[in-house]
Design a protein around this ligand. Structure first.
Ligand code: SF4
Ligand code: SF4
Length: 351
């Protein structure tokens, strides 16, 4: 079988020194426990596919797709191996060889048809003229109330958000192995968004606009951090760092600073900031291996409950949804926007 994408990664695959540091925090390995579930194991499988020593199979495809792209392995790797990029290439070759999942194909068709991953023609951006360009992203488009809340927050804090007609950022095409479709999608995206500077609500869109298009992107928490009112909400919460925000975009302090300013005491989980434990919602496993995703999320919820905090707060819509489900109501899970809005209302009533 012709290898198109993995061949670029031969050098990177050769620099893996098999040290196993990547075992330490891999959420998939923590749940499944076999060598093939680790970053090292998956790089060995990828190497085998590249050299032809391994025949592609359903089992290998399952292992290559059982990765949340959380980058914990990259953070810990002694040789700086770009594991998710290697696995994205392996997925692209596997997809070409006929091993793409039907659920992934369906998601890609949804984007082509409707512009968003849900295939929902009603999930449209609330277009408006303004001064700062905000990219909403599929996950927030499917939550129109949360989107409106963020736009109201920006307005209340003195900014004029501009929202345009939009389509998915394109990350699913990249992550799930649909490279030829990705090139077409990127052209479409760039026609709609030629601008260099964009604010995003979703951490994954932020990471992909930065890495896939080289845009100058700001996350909404970076924009709001100096603007939120100083009030005392008197809440104790723990903060979940979304992998794309902390390990890809290096944003760990702004959300915590926001929470501090609005009077939320943050009690840290055992894994936080750059060593945050993945929620289990990334890399496509939500649509192929929901049980695995649930088990990863349950581990994170245990960490959150151990803090004794009243609330688990995160800015990521996917983390929020996955952790809410895993919480089984034992700890409240909220988007940071809810607390910011509460703080704005409190500041207005106290003036
Ligand atoms: S930590 Fe990096 S170098 Fe070590 S085994 Fe894992 S991928 Fe290879
Ligand atoms: S990206 Fe995350 S889930 Fe994938 S191999 Fe690395 S640590 Fe494991």
């Amino acid at each position: 079988m012709k290898v198109n994408y993995l061949k670029e990664w031969l050098n990177e695959l050769n620099i893996c020194i098999r040290c196993a540091y990547c075992f330490e925090g891999c959420p998939v390995y923590k749940v499944l426990g076999w060598e093939a579930d680790t970053a090292r194991g998956k790089t060995v499988l990828s190497y085998g596919l590249l050299t032809g020593e391994l025949e592609p199979s359903k089992y290998i495809a399952e292992k290559i797709y059982q990765c949340t792209f959380c980058r914990d392995c990259v953070e810990r790797c002694s040789a700086n191996v770009s594991v998710p990029e290697i696995l994205a290439a392996a997925r692209a070759d596997l997809a070409d060889w006929g091993f793409a999942y039907d659920s992934h194909k369906h998601m890609i068709e949804n984007v082509k048809k409707s512009g968003n991953i849900f295939g929902d023609p009603e999930a449209r951006a609330p277009k408006r003229e303004g001064e700062v360009l905000v990219f909403i992203g599929c996950q927030f488009l499917a939550r129109p109330n949360q989107t409106k809340l963020y736009l109201r927050i920006l307005e209340k804090l003195g900014l004029k958000p501009k929202v345009k007609e939009e389509i998915c950022c394109g990350f699913p095409f990249y992550a799930l192995g649909f490279r030829k479709d990705l090139e077409v999608h990127k052209e479409r995206f760039l026609k709609l968004f030629p601008e260099e500077e964009i604010i995003t609500l979703c951490p994954t869109c932020m990471a992909y606009l930065h890495e896939g298009y080289g845009k100058k992107v700001k996350h909404i928490t970076q924009v709001l951090v100096d603007r939120v009112p100083e009030v005392d909400l008197g809440i104790t919460a723990t903060y979940h760092d979304p992998c794309d925000l902390s390990r890809v975009m290096h944003i760990t302090e702004e959300p915590r600073e926001i929470l501090k300013r609005i009077g939320v005491e943050v009690v840290e989980m055992e894994n936080n900031r750059k060593t945050s434990h993945c929620c289990g919602g990334g890399g496509g496993i939500l649509s192929t291996d929901e049980k695995l995703s649930d088990r990863i999320a349950a581990r994170r919820i245990e960490q959150a409950k151990a803090t004794g905090a009243d609330l688990l707060v995160t800015p990521c819509p996917t983390c929020e949804q996955v952790l809410k489900k895993a919480s089984k109501g034992e700890i409240q899970v909220r988007n940071i926007s809810d607390l910011i809005w509460k703080a704005i209302k409190k500041s207005q009533t106290s003036t």
